[in-house]
Design a binder for this molecule. Sequence first.
Ligand code: C2E
Ligand code: CA
Ligand code: CA
Length: 766
Amino acid sequence: MKWIYVSALCGAVILMLFCFFYSKVKTKKNVLEKPMRRIMIFAGISITANCIAVLMTSKFYALICYAIYHCFLDAFGMALLHYVRLYTGIRAKNKNGIKIMGISALIDCLLLLSNPFIKIVYDCVLISDKYGHFWKVTDRGFLFLFHLAVIYSFIVVSFVTLIKKASSSPAIYKIKYVTVAFMVGISMAMNLMYMNFDFNFDSSLVCYALMTCAVYYFSILYIPRGLMEKLLFFTIANMKDGIICMDIDGKCVHFNKNADIYCDAYNDFQAIEQQAKYMFRENVGEGVTEATWESVRRVDGEMHHYTLEYKSIFDNHRCYLGCFFIIHDHTEETNKFSAEKYRATHDMLTGVYNKEYFCEKSSQMIRENPDTSYYIICSDVKNFKLVNDIFGVETGDNLLKKIAALLQEVIPENCVYGRLSSDRFAMCVPKDTFNESVLLKRIRKIDSLPENTSFKIHIHIGVYEVTDPDIRVSVMCDRANLAIHTIKDSYQNIVAYYDSHLREDFINEQKVISEFENALKTKQFKAYVQPQITAKDGKINGGEVLVRWLHPDGMIPPYKFIQIFEQTGLISRLDSYMWELACIQLDKWNKEGRTNYYLSVNISQKDFYLLDVYEVITSLVKKYNINPKNLHLEITETAIMNNPTEQLKLVSRLREFGFLIEIDDFGSGYSSLNTLKDLTADVLKIDMGFLKHTENREERSKTILRMIISLAKSLDMEVITEGVETKEQVDFLTEFGCDIFQGYFFAKPMPIEEFEEKYIGTYTKV
Ligand code: C2E
Ligand code: CA
Ligand code: CA
């Protein structure tokens, strides 16, 4: 029996040695490698020690060997627990338990090692049978129980940990843990039996050896059967891309959910097969082993963008095995990219192209069609800032959207249009498709804001004909905008064409603007007066104050700067200054006792937006203590009719204060008779344009003039006709009942001093 036992132990040690060295050769960087070898070494030493103990002839040496055997069993237990914790990934939260177990093992080892000398743990006796003698452990005392408790605690904790791990693992992995746990359990049971029935030999040692082999196998070599297939299956199922695998006969072998969605196949292999064959025919072709293509499909009501890939599969001998399709849905990236591109090329408010993209597209169109002549057409909303200011940004935004929509409507197909900046839009159209009258008709539709206010919107158009395609489109737009700049009369003329003089004019304008401040400071603006002659007695009681810019380089007439100052808003400062000059003059005359002389000043329509006209003028009058009757205020009819509700109120307040109100340039606007209906003024100043007409269509014009004069009279208004140049005009105007004349026939505007010198206190006979 002894020799069977010894042979079994030797066999176990040889098996372990084999596993040990095999693992050294085969294993590559595995965290379990070291703990696993430690188990083998400790188990190997303890089994060898037990084997030698059995073979010993001396009792003392047998006890020494048994001590080594038991000590290494402790070490084995510890190594097993350490390994199990790593293998399962389960670690006890209570670190103290492990510490106590370690200390107990240490104490146990000390006791065991002292046992050959003092025999307090156990003793051994010589057993003899027909095969020979051997030393058997006997007289196990209380301390041996302590040793058992130590070694079993390691084994029980390891066993429980393995079972716990097995119960929470997927079925395919359970066997890994259950087998090791089983071996641990068997070893423990065998050992218990050996103790309990007092067998001569401890056969549990063979189980320990088998357990170490199982540990080696499962930690290093074992891969669960079907694992690869399952892993691949689930990997493919969970892929974001769609996959279709086909065999050598073109039969669908496997596909995932996303491929099913793409093919709209509802899990039908045949439908997938058909789709795959169709894709192959359309995008791959016979003999091709790899191909990529794009496709767009509607899935669940939404457009999706795909990149598809085809690949043939060959084995190591280049034999064709089958093929697969990968379907990559890149809708999100594409949408993101399109949104980004849209943001970079479009105006977010109106949805039309932004300046950069408009220029790029126009330039491309012009270059690609060298035989076509193009117009670059720009639009500008007059007083857009006022719209924002008075009605709020939202109304301003709505207006811009309206204009963008209008562009979309009027522009012929395949033309480019966009928004250049706040209220400026641009389009690039072939010259022969551009229809000015259609555009004008549509533009006139946007003439008032949605709030039903009477604030009129004026959109001006500048046209630049592309003569040199190499000029940058942004420069062409600048030129079209320059043309807009030349539109003086905001109401009738709304389209202007660029010509090369415009650049010069523009430069002049910039010069005028930049010199304004200094001119005002250094008193370069002078008041000239043009006398007004009373028809009935030829008396001159006053005249119109007209500004002259006495620039160091020579006098600049108003037509060269008034419009520019109106556009830039500088006019209000100039007008306030001119009104003050008039007041100073009236004050001077007052002090000289010439209290019946008057001066008439111009109020620009912009003044009403930029100034509190009432406040400024009444303060001046108070400041210089002037009779307001002597300060006549010339307001153009268009200034009033642009915003009648406000302006009519203001005019009546000014009249109540005592000013004499004159409607200037009557007849130049387009709603003259309307103005008369609503406005109560003192004087009607008929525009000299009327007189010009009389030369062409003499009788008709004269009739109209006569009617207007008599209409004014019946409304209790005085009539001044300005621009009177001939004796003949004086005569028929006198006959029609005109009260006052102003014109070159009598006198041109002159410096105020000259006016004083010539007319104050004198009489001129007609
Ligand atoms: P307006 O108010 O209609 O002034 C009359 C213009 O007609 C003056 O031109 C005057 O010189 C001109 N005129 C007078 N009689 C005749 C004539 O018989 N034949 C011809 N061809 N022209 C005649 P002016 O001084 O060059 O002023 C032009 C415009 O500039 C004015 O037209 C007025 O709108 C504006 N303006 C002049 N001074 C001021 C000012 O201080 N403030 C404002 N806001 N505008 C002013
Ligand atoms: Ca005037
Ligand atoms: Ca006038």
